[in-house]
Ligand binder design. Structure first.
Ligand SMILES: Cc1cc2nc3c(=O)[nH]c(=O)nc-3n(C[C@H](O)[C@H](O)[C@H](O)COP(=O)(O)O)c2cc1C
Length: 215
């Protein structure tokens, strides 16, 4: 039987949501995790751990839709000032270092060096690549739209101009892109509104259900 929710369930009324909607926690839809790097106006490396994004292409190009970029953060500032960024996908092995960039988020800090990560120059854009990440997407700012009238976050589209992927990840018969060392997903605090069950963020990887779609 389906449970229906239009308004915030009373069991969640006093829950700290840190600016998210209660629907975030009831649905708890996983999204890919990656580190977006750019240069601050002072030339130091900026890093912003991000989730809530989608990647899609058409005949014109390949695009990343960053669903919610904090308009008060450095990433948003650097995108407006320089327009270039790199999207870096880390395996679980490097998640700790990538998330350490949050603790070193000062304007005067080289956030990659402070987190023990290695910056490498990009091929096309003016933003640092993270060497430890298995996939680097060199991007340019394309457009943005406010996520909602709240105005705290912008939905930003980046166009991808160059792809660099570790060779072993390219071959699905060898290491491939999924499994324990592949793409990471953010599971953001699932809650059970019926009786406030287990709550907690989690890190996930993908396990293939089967190798072909069947209809
Ligand atoms: C798992 C996880 C996912 C995050 N996703 C986003 C996101 O999608 N958008 C965002 O603006 N901040 C996100 N953050 C917060 C930023 O990583 C953090 O505030 C960062 O230090 C901001 O960097 P900046 O000042 O360079 O923008 C996330 C944090 C975590 C731990």
């Amino acid at each position: 039987m389906k449970k229906e929710f239009t308004t915030c369930p009373t069991s969640l009324a006093d829950m700290e949501t840190y600016g998210f909607s209660w629907m975030d926690f009831v649905t708890a839809i996983p999204s890919p995790l990656f580190l977006v790097t750019s240069y601050k106006e002072n030339g130091l490396a900026n890093a912003c751990l991000q989730s809530w994004a989608s990647f899609v292409g058409d005949n014109d190009g390949f695009y990343c839709i960053l669903a919610a970029v904090n308009t008060a953060g450095h990433l948003y500032q650097t995108l407006k000032q320089r327009g270039d960024a790199v999207i870096n996908f880390m395996s679980g092995e490097y998640y700790g270092r990538c998330s350490q960039t949050i603790a070193h988020n000062g304007y005067g800090q080289d956030e990659l060096a402070a987190a023990g990560l290695t910056a490498k120059p990009s091929v096309l854009v003016n933003a640092p690549r993270v060497d430890e990440c298995f996939l680097n997407l060199e991007c340019r700012y394309a457009w943005e739209h406010p996520l909602s009238p709240a105005g705290t976050h912008a939905t930003v589209c980046l166009s991808v101009h160059h792809v660099a992927m570790e060779e072993a990840y390219l071959d699905e018969t060898l290491q491939g892109r999924y499994g324990p060392s592949g793409y990471l997903y953010n599971i953001h605090r699932p809650v059970n509104p019926l009786h406030r069950g287990v709550e907690g963020d989690a890190l996930a990887v993908l396990t293939k259900l089967r190798d072909e779609y069947t209809y």
